[in-house]
Design a protein around this ligand. Structure first.
Ligand code: PSU
Ligand code: MN
Length: 304
């Protein structure tokens, strides 16, 4: 596979300094332009301010890039939905076609692990969709978390998913789900989920989280670790409000017959549309918070 690691990222890796991977689907499909590019740049800055090196991952002319430059991030954001969203199954196609691609959690994990990056910060992961008993719509992100050695720091998952089934699948796949200073599984916009679901283990500080990652790696146990970090209180949204918005978005998706890889982007855009700027602001700030916490965990890990 053709991969290009940004020289600054490679240097940090060679010197054992902490590197944080970031995904590009959150830029192209997760937020509107220009807030997507502003957010991507600010997230990189937060990671630098915390003493780590950011590596935004994406596919440029068929090459898997670990550490996109400013112009490439701008282009990902500007082209938005016209850049294909690339999950594991799409990767060989965009590479062979030498086209651009936005990496999901799954493909960002693949490229990060090939470059030797352990930590990856994002907003929310994909999971088991509601009604998956019928549709079989289960994100390839879960498969990747089972198989690929990358630790993902996120704000849980949006309630566009069936969070209970998502937790069941993660258990089956042997993926530890940690809560950063919380026992409740965070639900992206909300600090807690509406179903009373708990994480597997609440970590008290970055060192605590880093030790768990180290234990898994020392044992040679394949696969990822999920660290869920609740959205800061001041940006959190009301569970009842979000639940209603999501129910309406799913109804419209079903009526329009949207399925497959279009589901997640449709629901993300619909929720943003119905809630106006509120959810976008929440989305941006939870990613900032994940970047800060993820950086502290990566730094703690580099000292173990
Ligand atoms: N959930 C979000 N924001 C996102 C995504 C999911 O709250 O941007 C993106 C991520 O890139 C994730 C992908 O990996 O959607 C999952 O898509 P699918 O369900 O088609 O696997
Ligand atoms: Mn899907």
């Amino acid at each position: 596979m053709s991969i290009r690691v940004n020289p600054e990222v490679q240097k940090a890796l060679d010197e054992g300094r902490p590197v944080i991977a970031l995904e590009s689907t959150i830029i192209s499909h997760g937020m509107p332009y220009p807030q997507n590019v502003e957010t991507a740049n600010k997230v990189e800055q937060i990671i630098r301010d915390h003493g780590c090196v950011p590596a935004t991952v994406g596919i440029v002319d068929g090459v898997g890039v670990v550490g996109l430059n400013k112009e490439e991030i701008e282009e990902m954001g500007k082209r938005g939905h016209s850049i294909p969203k690339v999950s594991r199954r799409d990767l060989p196609i965009v590479m062979a076609e030498k086209s651009w691609g936005a990496t999901t959690v799954a493909t960002t994990m693949i490229l990060a692990s090939k470059a030797g990056v352990e930590f990856f910060v994002t907003g929310g992961i994909g999971g088991v969709h509601r009604g998956a008993q019928e549709t079989f719509d289960i994100s390839a992100d879960l498969e990747e978390l089972q198989n690929t050695n990358v630790t993902v720091i996120c704000a849980g998952a949006k309630a566009i998913l069936d969070l209970r089934l998502t937790m069941e699948v993660l258990e089956t796949k042997g993926v530890p789900v940690l809560g950063y200073q919380t026992e409740d599984l965070p639900a992206f916009y909300c600090r807690k989920n509406s179903d009373g679901l708990k994480v597997d283990y609440a970590v008290k500080d970055p060192e605590d989280a880093a030790r768990i990652v180290k234990a898994k790696r020392d044992l040679g146990l394949t696969g990822g670790i999920l660290i869920t970090n609740p959205i800061p209180e001041e940006y959190a949204m009301d569970n009842a409000v979000i639940d209603k918005v999501i129910a309406d978005a799913i109804k419209e998706m079903d009526e329009k017959g949207i399925h497959g890889k279009e589901c997640t982007p449709f629901l993300l855009a619909k929720v943003a549309e119905i809630t106006g700027g509120n959810s976008l602001n929440a989305n941006i700030h939870l990613v900032f918070n994940n970047a800060a916490v993820g950086s502290e965990i990566a730094k703690a890990y580099s000292k173990l």
